[in-house]
Write a protein that binds this ligand. Structure first.
Ligand code: PMP
Length: 397
């Protein structure tokens, strides 16, 4: 039995849902699915780095040996052995992180949503970098905050600007390592100053760190988490060091906040899949990441060099760009009169894509900026794409 000619529902969305917009990147990615397009637009890690065989063996082992548990519902805060493993690896001689300070999430994107849900009210002041990760702006926007843009320079976020603008803020959202979108890294001195400023002003500081391990040389810089575990909410992710498709990340925070986030997560999805948590634990428990991460670093570092070299060859002197020391992105500043959105339309007509900078700004956008990702494009295509972009930019001078 089926109704004949039912009256279509006139959908009236909640005020909250009316605020939602599709991410600018997801819209651009639809265009870049065409194989002829050289896309510097995606934020996708290189699939060449995915340890497919290793994952396959781990799925097999977990299902063979602990199948019933892996396929059952699990605890909201996550699979205990994995949380214990993470607690150990996040601890330093001067700061111990306990498993009860950690909750597993379905990608660190979920952490952003849960943090917004439990800490942000309509009109709450949320401090963000200028520019910042647009997925975070999108996640927090649902809770209708008032974004305050903290000043930055070529060395990243300026802690003094937090002191100046942060009075009464509910959150400071920071990306200290190889920031998305700029590729910039915050110095140890600035990290400490930021942690100290937020602690003095009573502002919870979010340290979002999906790219921290992808440094091209040396060791990762100290985490702000370890400078003040009582005031920092740390977000980690397996997306850039293992694979994004498994949707696994984690939040580290003081226990009272973890308990509240757990309630929010329970309401949202009960828990993150046991199976994937157990598989990831199986893959990493004997130190696999210590051998795997250097291969990702080496690949991305080479790709980054190729793009920087192509840019210095093909971009005019009036264009400037960042020189990342890790991660996946280069940030480009065009001459002030240029609009990168217009440039994108022309570039797409020539089968080249990037992300215009506008959507990364919470408030006033610098329209002459854009983000390039170099990790999924072959060196030859990087050269070809950058040469085309260079020609289009020169034609506008
Ligand atoms: N934070 C930042 C800065 C990111 O760039 C991303 C992914 N692009 C995320 C969070 C979300 O990552 P995931 O949900 O895959 O862990």
């Amino acid at each position: 039995m089926k109704l004949e000619n039912p009256t279509p529902i006139d959908w009236k969305f909640s005020v909250r849902a009316e605020q939602l917009q599709s991410s600018a990147i997801r819209e651009i990615l639809k265009v870049t699915m065409r194989p002829e397009v050289i896309s510097f637009a995606g934020g996708l890690p290189s699939p060449a780095t995915f340890p497919v065989e290793r994952m396959k063996a781990a799925f097999d082992k977990v299902l063979s040996e602990q199948g019933k548990m892996a396929l059952q519902y699990g605890p909201t805060d996550g699979y205990a052995p994995l949380r214990e493993f993470l607690a150990k690896s996040l601890s330093t001689p001067t700061s111990t992180i306990l498993p009860e300070q950690i909750m597993m999430v379905s990608g660190s994107q979920q952490a952003l949503d849960l943090i917004g849900k439990v800490l942000v009210d309509e009109g709450s002041k949320v401090l963000v970098e200028t520019p910042s990760y647009l997925g975070a702006l999108q996640a927090f926007s649902v809770y209708q905050p008032q974004f305050e843009s903290v000043d930055t320079d070529e060395h990243g976020l300026i802690p003094a600007s937090v002191a100046e603008k942060g009075q009464g803020a509910k959150l400071m959202y920071a990306l200290p390592n190889f920031q998305n979108p700029t590729g910039r890294t915050l110095s140890v001195e600035r990290r400490y100053e930021l942690v100290e400023t937020c602690a003095r002003m009573g502002i919870p500081l979010i340290e979002d760190n999906p790219y921290g391990d992808l440094c091209y040389s040396g060791e990762p810089l100290p985490k702000m988490l370890n400078m003040n575990p009582d005031g920092v909410i740390y977000m980690g992710s397996f997306s850039k060091v293992l694979t994004p498709g498994i949707r696994l990340g984690y939040i580290v925070a003081p226990v009272p906040l973890i308990r509240k986030l757990e309630q929010a997560k329970q309401a949202s999805d009960l828990h993150t899949a046991q199976l994937t948590q157990m598989v990831v634990y199986e893959v990493i428990k004997d130190g696999f990441l210590d051998e795997h991460i250097p291969t990702i670093r080496a690949l991305y570092s080479r790709q980054c060099d190729v793009m920087l070299e192509a840019m210095s060859q093909h971009f005019p002197a009036s264009v400037s760009w960042t020189r990342p020391e890790g991660g996946m992105f280069i940030w480009v500043t065009l001459p002030a009169h240029m609009d990168s959105k217009q440039l994108l339309d022309e570039a797409i007509a020539q089968n080249v894509a990037f992300v215009p900078g506008g959507p990364f700004y919470a408030n006033e956008a610098e329209k002459n900026t854009l983000r390039l990702s170099f990790v999924t494009v072959s060196p030859e295509r990087i050269h070809e794409g950058i040469e085309k972009l260079g020609k289009l930019i020169k034609a506008k001078l």
